[in-house]
Design a protein. Structure first.
Length: 746
């Protein structure tokens, strides 16, 4: 019985292949497929429904239903049995369809005479394309073999659609990947870019779906799986110590040795598929399960299995990273996700980045920000929709992607880019001028940095120095802990590149969202409030000592500024400072040069430090408000959580009053104060901070121009009055009042 089913399946596939090879036009091919499927399955009806838009299915070919209804009958996603198959991605097998839940009678098709119904989704790697249906008068359930056979036909249809086999008139038969698509994601780095898609992991295209010689295909599959196992073992051997990667690879190894996985693919070959089509069929099933899975652990494992199938497909087809394709002009990288190291390899040649997943605090986002490359994350479907070389426009300000944009979008977008370019010119013209307000106050503008790639911006942005050098970025982009000498050489290069301008090195700020791949990840219920930054540094001082030594040696007699992150109480500052003193004494003892001057400050990122005793303020040499963290703790709103992170305005009167209080404490003790969170780089926020008395701001290099431009046009006394009046009037945020003031500027 099984053998009969296999030979039937092979026969059907053979006939499908002939259809694919024929010169027939798109519609004719679809018609042929419905004929031969109905014939082979012994049903009166076979119909193909394809999506004409995201919400609507259209009957595109039929054997057995009224031919007049082709391209006329349409249904919404979820409507009727066909719509349900499309929505859920699940097979419906009904012996008595008209009495099934959700059945919808379509008089124009003449389908009331058919009792049994079998519908399977037409999908390619999780992307929904339509529904394939067979119906018959006899009231019977279809067997597992019949379901399988129809699924295989659906898969072949999906592949043929991908290859453009059904292109014809009408929306549902439009060539795939030719229409404009607008995808709304989330902003991770502002800016706009126009260019061409570069797929980080190009899709593997399977062209030989059907095979005549199952023996040969079995051998190909066995060889490929063996290769895969060897490569996973090799990766595992080289990944020792890297727990997270080891865990993923262990899962890969388990799946690669799974008999069930191999057996399912072998069965696919027995039924007439080529080895690669057999892998892809299994992968499609996994993706369908992935879409249904609600349990995150299960979803992750299915994701592993999906990655493994991709590797196997690359081995079988010889397609993959090195496809020989040239990076297009103005490349815009498209990927599901990407590691910081890989992103750095591409470097500044990228014009924009679009990720299907990712998060604002991810390392890739950190690197994209450092490189000032517009980045949109959570861009759903981009991997399925985009082809290498497609024209694409990235609006990092709005978090929007225009793929294959039409002319009106192109011209509107180019206008926006031209306006931004004009603004850049304006900023360049004041680059060497100070940020002096109309009332004569000079505001110091520094830049934030963390990679060598940032340093050229010190010159081009007009920043006075580096107010925050995030040293953890160097740790994050590596696969193993950097050595002291490497770090010393790197910090020395940073100081060289700064040409005597002040650079404030912040010691390692890890934990929370910044997890080093080579350090054991902590399983904490609430990482943002957990073992992070200086807490790690003081509890396990080995790395901090190594870093302090590297900094002292890098300075090699030059002035040095060190800042400790996430100090929550006075005692943490004194303990960290004691480590510097110890390191300094050690260097002296070794006869090494000590810095000409050494200043040691702290980041004020927790409300507790704001209320530290006067002695702390007198003791600390400088303070920098880490507004990103301070704000999240002040409002109890997670900076990583999209649902709440923008809920509270920085210009909320409570927050501004809090900052004013810190400024007053610093004034009373003559403590230098700056602000280095993201808000320092937002012109309106920066203006308000300056107006309430914060006269030193550190920001992304790209923000220095816009902030300076606004400051030079404003009178801080006026802005301060606007802020205080709004607060006295009981406003929640001073933003509307400040915006009103700005509109009144000439
Ligand atoms: C901050 O918290 O504002 C800050 C500058 O540090 P990071 O964003 O690196 O946590
Ligand atoms: Mg912080």
């Amino acid at each position: 019985m099984v053998e009969r089913a296999e030979s039937e399946s092979r026969k059907l596939l053979g006939r499908l292949r002939d259809t694919m090879a024929s010169q027939a036009a798109g519609q004719e091919r679809l018609d042929q497929i419905t004929h031969l499927t109905a014939d082979s399955m012994g049903t009166e009806v076979c119909s193909i429904y394809l999506f004409r838009d995201e919400e609507t299915l259209e009957l595109c070919a039929t054997q057995g239903l009224n031919p007049e209804s082709v391209h006329q009958t349409r249904m919404k996603l979820g409507e009727g049995l066909v719509g349900r198959v499309a929505r859920t991605g699940k097979v419906i097998n009904a012996a008595d369809a008209p009495s099934s839940k959700g059945f919808r009678y379509m008089p124009e098709t003449g389908e009331e005479i058919y009792s049994s119904f079998l519908g399977v989704p037409i999908q390619r790697l999780g992307e929904k394309l339509g529904v394939l249906v067979v119906q018959s008068k006899e009231a019977r359930e279809f067997s597992a073999d019949e379901i399988y056979a129809l699924e295989v036909v659906a898969m072949v249809l999906a592949e043929m659609a991908e290859l453009g086999a059904f292109v014809g008139e009408g929306a549902a038969l439009q060539a795939r990947h030719t229409q404009p698509v607008l995808i709304r994601g989330v902003t991770a780095q502002e800016g706009t870019a126009e260019g061409h898609v570069w797929l980080h992991e190009p899709r593997v295209v399977v062209t030989n779906l059907v095979a005549d010689d199952p023996e040969k295909e079995h051998t190909r599959l066995t060889d490929a799986v063996e290769n895969l196992r060897i490569s996973v073992d090799q990766l595992l051997a080289s990944a020792s110590g890297d727990t997270e990667q080891v865990q993923v690879l262990e899962a890969y190894r388990m799946f690669a040795n799974s008999k069930g996985w191999l057996r399912r693919m072998e069965e696919n070959i027995d039924r007439g598929l080529s080895a690669e089509a057999a892998v892809e069929k299994e992968q499609s099933d996994v993706r369908a399960r992935m879409l249904q899975a609600t349990d995150s652990y299960l979803r992750e494992r299915l994701q592993d299995l999906d990655d493994l199938s991709n590797r196997l497909l690359r081995i079988l087809t010889g397609q993959g990273h090195q496809t020989g394709a040239e990076l297009p002009e103005n490349p815009i990288l498209v990927a599901r996700n990407i590691g910081p190291g890989e992103l750095l390899e591409y470097g500044r040649q990228l014009r924009g980045i679009i990720l299907e997943e990712g998060s604002v605090g991810s390392h890739a986002a950190i690197v994209a920000r450092a490189l000032a490359i517009p980045l949109v994350i959570n861009a759903k479907r981009i991997q399925n929709e985009a082809l290498n070389g497609d024209h694409v426009m990235v609006d990092g300000d709005q978090g929007v992607v225009h793929l294959r944009p039409d002319d009106t979008v192109v011209s509107a977008f180019r206008d926006k880019m031209a306006m931004q370019a004009k603004a850049q010119e304006r900023y360049a013209s004041i680059r060497d001028k100070p940020a002096v307000t109309l009332c004569g106050k000079t505001i110091r503008l520094d830049m934030n940095a963390g990679l060598m790639a940032d340093l050229p911006s010190l010159e081009s942005s007009g920043a006075e120095g580096v107010g925050l050098f995030r040293t953890e970025l160097q740790f994050l982009v590596r696969s193993q802990m950097p050595k002291r000498n490497e770090l010393a050489a790197l910090y020395a290069r940073v100081l060289d590149a700064a040409h005597g301008k002040r650079v404030v090195f912040r010691t390692l700020d890890i934990g929370s969202d910044k997890v080093l791949p080579y350090m054991q990840a902590q399983d904490e219920p609430n990482p943002a409030l957990g073992w992070r930054a200086i807490r790690v540094g003081l509890d396990k001082p080995g790395v901090m000592r190594m870093q302090l030594q590297a900094l002292l040696r890098a300075a090699n007699g030059r002035p040095l500024s060190i800042m400790f992150p996430f100090i929550a109480q006075y005692e943490e500052y004194t303990a960290a400072r004691a480590e510097v003193d110890k390191a300094l004494a050690r260097e002296k003892k070794l006869g090494n040069a000590v810095p000409e001057s050494l200043e040691i400050g702290a980041m004020l990122e927790t409300p507790s430090l704001a209320f530290a005793c006067k002695k702390f303020y007198e003791d600390v040499e400088f303070l920098s408000i880490g507004g990103n963290d301070l704000k999240q703790f002040f409002f109890a709103a997670d900076r990583e959580n999209e649902r709440v992170r923008r809920r509270y305005d920085t210009l909320n009167v409570s927050f501004l009053s809090f900052i004013e209080d810190i400024i007053a404490r610093c004034k009373a003790t003559d403590t230098r104060l700056s602000f280095c969170g993201e808000d320092a780089g937002r012109p309106v926020e920066a203006l308000c901070l300056a107006a309430i008395g914060l006269h030193s701001l550190s920001m992304r290099p790209a923000s220095v121009g816009p902030v300076k431009h606004l400051l030079r046009r404003c009178n801080l006394d006026d802005v301060r009055k606007v802020i205080h009046d709004a607060r006295d009037a009981g406003e929640q945020s001073v933003r509307p009042a400040v915006m009103e003031y700005l509109r009144g500027l000439s």
